[in-house]
Ligand binder design. Structure first.
Ligand code: HEC
Ligand code: HEC
Ligand code: HEC
Ligand code: HEC
Ligand code: HEC
Length: 295
């Protein structure tokens, strides 16, 4: 057995870097093809429709994100002698476009340049073209159902992780993908991998996030819903719409307003007149699962 192991180790030492290298995408199209959500949309049509309207589908081309990023690249990275554009791979992209982990260094630099072009270029056609290219980067089906699908961050390739549905999906025949059922998708911790960006064990006094307010103010005071319970409601595809603060109907459920209005009179001393008035008592209660607004 021992005789077998040594060549195996040598072989895998040669092979692993080779595989890792050969899988690095050099263009945005290559990268997008590795994580093609369209192939999932063919069968999960409604989920794909709803996901494409969610912020997760626009996690790079959202104008707020683009502008902040441009500033970060020019003033943050630009002024630091150590940090370079290629370092974006480990700074912003793991949450905003997890698929970028398979991008080559040159492609990361190209992405950074596209972000600057998308915001700053004087030619509107060039800005539009850059945004179109960047829209290939987002948080798509496989970002969640593969890359972020296991708590330890080491998912198996060609695997779809999912929330233990009864049916047996035809993924192996259709795509060559295994399906692995895991309770992780039902846990709030699943969302925390991105919605709580602090290093582990950093106290919330130093690094308060939406997650720390969920744990310390909501769960600690008897709240028992998961992120999914509130943000993935509805039937079928609707669950992947992920409404938040910009979806008025949903945001309205985050606040309970009690207005107590009593009629009264007001003496207007200047010309000695009595005018009718009202006393309004406002009682506002946060019924979402965390501090609002946040971010
Ligand atoms: C050939 C059709 C087909 C394709 C293509 C397909 N799926 Fe599925 N998938 C199904 C069916 C059918 C089910 C079982 C019923 C259900 O849960 O919708 C399913 C179930 C799932 C589940 C729930 C798994 C569980 O048991 O927990 C997930 C997650 C999933 N698919 C993700 C994906 C992703 C991501 C892609 C693209 C990479 C994809 N599917 C592509 C047909 C397909
Ligand atoms: C932001 C992360 C995220 C993204 C992006 C995402 N999913 Fe999901 N998906 C989940 C979670 C979490 C659940 C489990 C929800 C639950 O059961 O409470 C889930 C459940 C599912 C299920 C089981 C049935 C259901 O509706 O619960 C299917 C099928 C599925 N996803 C397919 C997809 C497809 C296809 C895409 C891309 C169009 C996609 N998902 C994108 C997080 C995501
Ligand atoms: C740990 C994961 C993570 C990392 C790393 C990360 N983000 Fe974010 N970012 C998020 C999440 C989650 C949201 C949505 C937050 C919300 O709406 O409460 C977000 C939202 C944003 C927004 C829009 C919200 C706002 O405040 O207007 C911008 C802009 C942004 N991120 C820029 C960046 C930049 C630039 C970097 C790199 C320097 C970065 N992010 C790194 C997870 C991350
Ligand atoms: C791969 C990282 C990632 C994961 C996993 C993830 N999110 Fe997000 N989410 C983001 C980022 C980044 C944004 C901001 C996108 C933007 O504003 O452009 C966002 C935006 C949102 C928004 C809209 C925010 C707003 O401002 O209204 C909601 C709601 C949301 N996420 C809920 C969830 C929930 C619930 C889960 C878990 C089931 C989850 N997310 C899992 C990264 C992630
Ligand atoms: C009890 C229901 C409930 C729970 C639990 C819950 N949320 Fe929310 N969340 C809401 C409501 C309602 C809003 C919109 C209210 C608002 O922001 O004005 C919201 C807003 C958000 C936003 C947008 C915030 C902003 O200001 O940009 C994000 C992101 C988000 N939630 C993520 C999460 C994550 C991640 C979890 C789990 C750690 C979670 N939520 C748990 C109800 C909930």
């Amino acid at each position: 057995m021992r005789r077998l192991i040594l060549p195996l180790i040598v072989f895998s030492l040669i092979l692993i870097p080779w595989i890792a290298h050969s899988e690095q995408a050099k263009t945005l199209d290559e990268l997008a093809a590795m994580y093609d959500s369209q192939q999932c949309g063919g069968c999960h049509y409604e989920i794909h429709e709803n996901w494409s309207k969610s912020w997760h589908a626009k996690s790079i081309v959202d104008p707020r994100v683009l502008r902040t990023w441009r500033t970060f690249i020019l003033s943050g990275l630009g002024k630091s002698p150590e940090a370079r554009k290629k370092d974006l791979k480990d700074m912003c992209l793991p949450c905003h476009a997890p698929m970028a982990k398979d991008a080559s260094e040159e492609l990361i630099v190209q992405i950074a340049d596209l972000i600057v072009t998308a915001v700053d270029d004087k030619d509107p056609a060039k800005r539009k073209e850059a945004i179109k290219e960047l829209s290939k980067l987002n948080i798509d089906c496989l970002a969640c159902h593969n890359l972020k699908g296991v708590p330890d961050g080491n998912p198996k390739p060609n695997t779809i992780y999912g929330p233990e549905s009864e049916a047996s999906p035809p993924h192996k025949d259709a795509l060559g993908f295994d399906t692995v059922k895991t309770g992780f998708f039902k846990e709030s911790k699943f969302c925390a991998t991105c919605h709580h960006g602090c290093p582990p064990d950093l106290p919330s006094s130093i690094c308060p996030t939406l997650w720390t307010s969920y744990e310390e103010e909501y769960l600690a005071h008897g709240g028992d819903k998961t992120c999914q319970d509130c943000h993935m409601q509805g039937e079928g595809g609707k669950r992947h719409r992920f409404p938040g603060i910009y979806e008025v109907d949903f945001a309205g459920t985050g606040i309970e307003l009690k207005l107590d209005v009593k009629p009264t009179e007001y003496v207007y001393h200047l010309d000695n007149r009595i005018v009718p008035a009202v006393v309004v008592k406002v009682d506002a209660k946060n019924t979402s699962g965390h501090g609002i607004p946040h971010g």
